[in-house]
Design a protein around this ligand. Structure first.
Ligand code: PLP
Length: 451
């Protein structure tokens, strides 16, 4: 069987994609029906109603074609409906679709073996499989407390770890996520993240001496959080929902050192940044840091729900019944993940590194033409473009306008943080398609700036 690792989308048509102004008649009808029955808590940024997808392109129910620079929030690693992933799911569906995690099956074993190999750390590990990012984080939170018998954890301002009670307690990117849900899980303290472009403690890198790590020790540990009560520090190596924030080179190594000094576990939440997106299996590898626990989800199974917590074997001290679920290791998710991991290894990770560097360079040149681009940052195909006003303040309205205008022109992008546009296409993208999307982005930006 031919292995298709690179680009599924074979044709790039440089013509308007949006023939019916969205929402078209069918989209309008579905949106009305959705509003009648779905929870209003979902955030809908614009009226895109998906009909089908192929590679980096998606079609709405009215026949409009869009280039997808978002990949279902960094999920569709291999593009939409990669034929190898589809074939594997179809074949597995005919064998069996579910057997609960109370039993064994070969795919669950194979997936855990693969995850142990690709996660950082040359030591023995154990894998807990689940269905989403929030569950992977919950598992890590519970394991850290269980294993250390310490009641507290540290997370970061601007972080996003999920929305179930435990991970919501760690999440610190928008107070709207937390509003109305208190009391959350006790024992969580938030520290400033190394967001150097907009330093939360108003210092400047590198003269700050990475004061945000010292803050944990000199302020939190010294004044309100006894360090020997801290089980873990939860960190996104690159902050996702908080604005695609890339910390400076010293930051993660300094955090690792701090954890080691105090016997604290370092948990890397790689739910958005993992599985090749940044040009390495896991973003934390860019800094040569080895965490104790890694949380994985989103991009692992090309869109089939799957999460995983991978921990150092000696930490996984809990016994039968301490933690579990019904669907963990679901065979459809497992085959999708095994195919995704194979495709990432056979070319997509390299593609993400190469085209990510190219996109960063193009966006930095674009920054020279557009003063509203305050910062361009990222690793691989996880790129944030921060939009600012003349005085450097966050340009939220401009960002929202750019996202909407890009949509009307046939490009799906989403915001992150207050004023950042995130660029996270499927890793199967080729240079021509990437250029097409960046061209549309620049047109949308120019139009929005001209107002
Ligand atoms: N952790 C990170 C870093 C995320 O970006 C997300 C989702 O955006 C989550 C956890 C939660 O994942 P899920 O939505 O699958 O529960």
């Amino acid at each position: 069987m031919a292995v298709e690792t690179k680009v599924v989308t074979r044709k790039v048509v440089r013509e308007p994609h949006v023939r019916v102004t969205p929402p078209g008649p069918l989209a309008t009808e579905y949106i009305a029906r959705d509003e009648a029955v779905s929870s209003p808590s979902y955030t809908k940024v614009y009226p895109f109603v998906m009909d089908r997808g192929e590679g980096c392109f998606v079609w709405d129910v009215d026949g409009n074609r869009y280039l997808d620079f978002n990949a279902g929030i960094a999920v569709c690693t291999t593009g939409h409906s990669h034929p190898d992933v589809v074939r594997a799911i179809q074949a597995q569906a005919e064998r069996f679709i579910h057997i609960s995690s109370d039993f064994y099956h070969p795919l669950m074993v194979e997936l855990a073996e693969r995850l142990v190999k690709i996660t950082p750390g040359d030591y023995e590990k154990r894998v807990f499989l689940c269905n989403s990012g929030t569950e992977a984080v919950e598992a890590a939170f519970k394991l850290a407390r269980y294993m250390t018998r310490r009641p507290r954890v540290i997370a970061f301002l601007g972080s996003f770890h999920g929305r179930t009670m435990g991970s919501l307690s760690l999440t610190g990117s928008k107070s709207s996520h937390r509003h109305g849900f208190a009391p959350l899980v006790p024992g969580v303290t938030h520290a400033p993240y190394a967001y150097c472009y907009r330093c939360p403690i108003n210092l400047t890198y590198p003269s700050c001496g990475i004061a945000c790590v010292d803050f944990i020790e000199k302020m939190l540990f010294a004044k309100i959080v006894p360090s020997d009560e801290v089980a873990a520090i939860f960190v996104e190596p690159i902050q996702g929902e908080g604005g695609y924030v890339v910390p400076p080179p010293e930051w993660l190594p300094r955090l690792r050192e701090l954890c080691d000094r105090h016997g604290i576990l370092l948990v890397a939440d790689e739910v958005q940044s993992g599985i090749g997106r940044t040009g390495k299996w896991f973003a934390v590898e860019h800094w040569g840091v080895v965490p104790d626990i890694v949380c994985v989800a989103k991009g692992i199974a090309s869109g089939v729900p799957l999460g995983a917590m991978v921990a150092r074997k000696d930490l996984v001290t809990w016994g039968p019944g301490a933690h579990g679920n019904t669907y963990g290791g679901n065979p459809l998710a497992a085959v999708a993940a095994l195919e995704t991991i194979r495709l990432v290894k056979e070319g997509l990770m390299e593609n993400a590194a190469e085209l990510g560097a190219y996109a960063l360079e193009r966006l930095r040149r674009m920054q020279g033409r557009h003063p509203s681009i305050g910062d361009v940052r990222g690793k691989g195909l996880m790129i944030g473009v921060e939009l600012v006003k003349g005085d450097g303040e966050p340009a939220k309205e401009l960002r929202d306008d750019v996202v909407l205008r890009a949509f009307r022109k046939g490009l799906l992008i989403l915001g992150a943080g207050l004023n950042v546009v995130r660029i996270a296409p499927p890793l199967v993208i080729d240079r021509e398609t990437l250029d097409l999307g960046l061209d549309i982005f620049e047109q949308a930006l120019a139009e929005a700036e001209a107002l």
